[in-house]
Ligand binder design. Structure first.
Ligand SMILES: [Cu+2]
Length: 503
């Protein structure tokens, strides 16, 4: 008992430090004596007597928003502004978000709190903030032109309301195209009566999608085809995995704002769906699943005991949402004489343009249907499914793992080019895509070499770690160490930014 208790104490203390110290709920900077969560004093947690529940929600890769207190009112400050969001090393896109990130910082309050949220508009156009699902007075609803005048550039609007609800909510701009530029943030209302059973870890992940056309850094908010699918503003393999200790009870809250619904699937575990965008579901109505459909504008809470050790995939199950940089029908509509089959050269294979003019619709580029990483390059080239030839391969490419097209190498079948549909995932997913070192972070410590070669789009891990491994990873998280990952042979994507057409 002693061991377990001291472990839990340590684990939670470390857990609070995981990802970033700034993710801890704003209680740290609060002037409010009651701390971050009202009700914490009165409630005795039978399992963790030393810890005041509920645990803070951790939003990997995104901070929680600090607040100050003004005569009992929790005061938050949000700045709507353009942000440079690095969704993957070597891939930074221009989004609109809040306080430097898209999604914006997660707000955490307690049921019953009075909150004031000062919203400053640093965008070049009017905006308005909507509090999604909040039962608050109409003049606080943030519907521009109806409940308030839009907030002009350089302007400010102060929202203030009392929150009687509990659950997983979010805030977002109520201008549609601004939503597609990233203007979303999580808003957690911790319940007065703690949820039972209590959880050891509580995570929030936000799902967004962007259509960033080749050779652009700005999403096309009118596009219906999305090539970058992100969780908390990062795409696979750059998403920070969720770290839990074997045996812990875990809650994952998922919010979605975009043009697509996302079936979020967890490997190795059966969870209960315990909450929606309108708060807690009564336990009698929970239902078991391993995939939960999170529709646009919805939130879903899932809970489970992490009783199965391993690095389990947590991902959107739409196939195109498990890819990066898909694009189609860009370029000439015939392949006669021109066109760029996948793998024609390393530069083209990696999404770098070498033709004239250097744009995907240029004369040197053919019809395109395919995908590539587009990492380390600001000029992307969508790729074609088409015959591949050894002759077109550079020696450099042949030497890369998984990229040698000669039958002797065994990476592709001798008759591959005669099989309709080939290639599909060959050369797009595998060791040639590994970028372990580029995305090294303590939370990735101990994953098998080359793990990142198969992670794209809305794919991350739930890592359920036995005690010794958990302690090791958490020690590294606490120290902010980088994972020690050996270079992968061949591709060495970590060298990418130095290459031609690199960043
Ligand atoms: Cu999806």
């Amino acid at each position: 008992m002693n061991t377990r208790r001291s472990f839990l104490h340590r684990a939670l203390a470390l857990g609070a430090g995981a990802f970033s110290l700034s993710t801890v709920v704003g209680a740290e900077v609060s002037q409010d004596d009651s701390g971050g969560h009202s009700g914490a004093k009165a409630y005795k947690n039978p399992r963790h007597p030393l810890i005041a529940p509920p645990v803070s929600v951790v939003t990997p890769d995104i901070p929680s928003l600090a607040y100050t207190t003004d005569r009992g009112v929790k005061v938050f400050h949000l700045v709507a502004e353009p942000v440079k969001q690095q969704i993957l090393p070597g891939k930074t896109i221009d989004l609109w978000g809040f306080n430097g990130s898209a999604p914006g910082p997660t707000i955490q309050v307690n049921q019953g709190d009075r909150v004031r949220i000062v919203v400053d508009n640093h965008l070049p156009e009017p905006t308005s903030m909507h509090w999604h699902g909040f039962e608050i007075p109409i003049d606080m609803d943030g519907m521009p032109g109806v409940s308030q005048e839009p907030i002009k550039p350089g302007g400010r609007f102060i929202y203030e309301f009392t929150l009687h609800q509990e659950g997983t909510y979010f805030y977002h701009s109520h201008l549609a195209m601004q939503e597609m530029m990233g203007m979303l943030g999580g808003f957690i209302m911790h319940p007065k009566q703690p949820y039972r059973p209590e959880v050891d870890k509580d995570f929030l992940i936000a799902l967004q999608e962007y259509a960033v056309l080749p050779s652009n850094t700005v999403p096309n908010s009118m596009n219906m085809e999305f090539n970058w699918l992100v969780i908390n503003g990062k795409t696979g393999p750059a998403i920070t995995p969720l770290i839990v200790r074997l045996g812990e009870r875990v809650r994952i809250r998922v919010i979605n704002l975009g043009m697509d619904h996302h079936p979020i699937h967890l490997h190795g575990h059966t969870f209960q769906v315990t909450g929606t965008e309108a708060g807690r579901i009564p336990e009698t109505a929970w239902f078991p699943a391993n995939t939960v459909l999170v529709g646009v504008a919805q939130a879903r809470d899932i809970e489970f005991v992490a009783n199965n050790p391993g690095a389990w995939m947590l991902h959107c199950h739409l196939p195109h949402h498990m890819m990066n940089q898909m694009s189609s029908n860009v370029g000439l509509l015939t392949r006669t004489g021109k066109g760029t089959p996948a793998g024609a050269s390393m530069e083209n294979g990696m999404g770098m343009l070498t033709g004239e003019p250097g744009v995907p619709t240029g004369d040197d580029y053919g019809p395109s249907l395919g995908r590539g990483m587009g990492v380390g390059s600001t000029s992307d080239q969508p790729m074609s499914n088409g015959p591949l030839s050894q002759a077109s391969q550079s020696q450099e490419m042949q030497d890369m793992p998984g990229m040698n097209m000669s039958p002797e190498a065994g990476d592709i079948a001798p008759n591959a080019n005669s099989v309709p549909g080939f290639p599909q995932d060959a050369f797009m997913e595998g060791p040639m895509m590994a970028m372990d070192k580029m995305v090294a972070k303590p939370e990735n410590y101990g994953l098998p070499d080359g793990w990142s070669g198969f992670m794209q789009g809305m794919m991350t891990f739930l890592r359920v770690l036995p005690p010794n491994e958990y302690d090791e990873v958490m020690r590294r998280v606490e120290r902010g160490e980088k994972a020690q990952t050996p270079d992968m042979p061949g591709m060495k994507m970590d060298a990418m930014p130095k290459m031609k057409h690199g960043m």
